[in-house]
Design a protein around this ligand. Structure first.
Ligand code: GSH
Length: 207
C-alpha cells in the first residue's frame, strides 16, 4: 500500500489525485513541518526536510519531490495517463513538471520562509527578498503559460500529472489572482482542471 504524507491544501493534493487516477490502494497520513505530531516525527525520519508530499512506496522506499513522484507514477502506471503515451508529449510533460518544481514551487518556499535564505537579516530585508521572489514567481507562471498550452489540458485530452501540479501550485501566493489579468486563458485552463470530474472530488477535500 502507498502511504502519502501530506496535509490539507498542500502539494500532497496533486499526488492524491494521481494515486486515485492510478487506482492503487493508498492511505494518507496527516503531517507537515508546521505541526508537531507523532506523524510529523515519522515524516522527518523518512524525509529530513520534513516536506510534503512524501510518498512511501509499497516496497517501503521513500519518494520525495512532487515532480519525481508524479513522473514515477506515470511510468509505473502507463494506463493512468498521468504522463502522455506519445514520447514527444511525454517529454514536454516531464519538462513542465520539472519547470514548476524548479521555478514556481521553489519561489514559494522563499516567499514562505525568507529566513531560511537570510537567517540574520532584518525584517525589511526579508520583506524585500519575499517581494522579489513573488515577482519572479509571477513571471515564471507567465513564461509557463506561454510555453505550455492546454489542448484542452496540459497532458492532452484528459488531465495528467502536469495538470495536477499546475492546478495545485498555482493556488498559492496569489498566483491565480496575478494570472487573471496577465494570462486569462491560462487561468481558464487551470479552472478547467479544477472542475474535471477526476480532480474535483480530491480538491474538495483540500479547498
Ligand atoms: N521540492 C519539493 C517542495 C515541497 C514543499 O515545499 N512542500 C511544502 C508544502 S506544500 C512544505 O512541506 N513546506 C514546509 C517546509 O518546507 O518546511 C517538491 O517539489 O515537492
Amino acid at each position: 500500500m502507498y502511504r502519502l504524507f501530506g496535509i490539507q491544501a498542500s502539494g500532497s493534493a496533486a499526488v492524491e489525485v494521481a494515486l486515485e487516477q492510478c487506482g492503487v490502494p493508498f492511505c494518507t497520513i496527516n503531517a507537515s513541518s508546521w505541526e508537531q505530531t507523532l506523524a510529523g516525527e515519522e515524516l522527518e525520519k523518512l524525509n529530513p526536510l520534513k516536506q510534503i508530499p512524501t510518498l512511501q512506496l509499497p516496497d517501503g522506499s521513500i519518494l520525495t519531490e512532487s515532480a519525481a513522484i508524479l513522473i514515477h507514477l506515470g511510468l509505473e502506471f502507463p494506463a493512468s495517463h498521468i504522463l502522455p503515451t506519445i514520447p514527444s508529449a511525454r517529454a514536454q510533460s516531464i519538462r513542465g513538471l520539472v519547470y514548476i518544481a524548479a521555478n514556481c514551487y521553489s519561489a514559494i518556499g522563499i516567499i514562505d520562509y525568507p529566513e531560511r535564505w537570510l537567517p540574520d537579516a532584518d525584517e525589511s530585508t526579508k520583506a524585500s527578498l519575499e517581494s522579489g521572489a513573488r515577482e519572479r514567481l509571477y513571471r515564471s507562471w507567465e513564461v509557463f503559460a506561454d510555453q505550455f498550452k492546454g489542448q484542452p489540458f496540459l497532458a492532452g485530452a484528459t488531465p495528467g500529472g502536469l495538470d495536477f501540479l499546475a492546478a495545485v501550485v498555482s493556488k498559492w501566493s496569489a498566483s491565480r489572482e496575478h494570472l487573471r489579468a496577465a494570462r486569462p486563458e491560462f487561468l481558464a485552463m487551470l479552472e478547467r482542471i479544477d472542475n474535471h470530474p477526476r480532480v474535483t472530488p480530491v480538491f474538495a477535500r483540500h479547498w
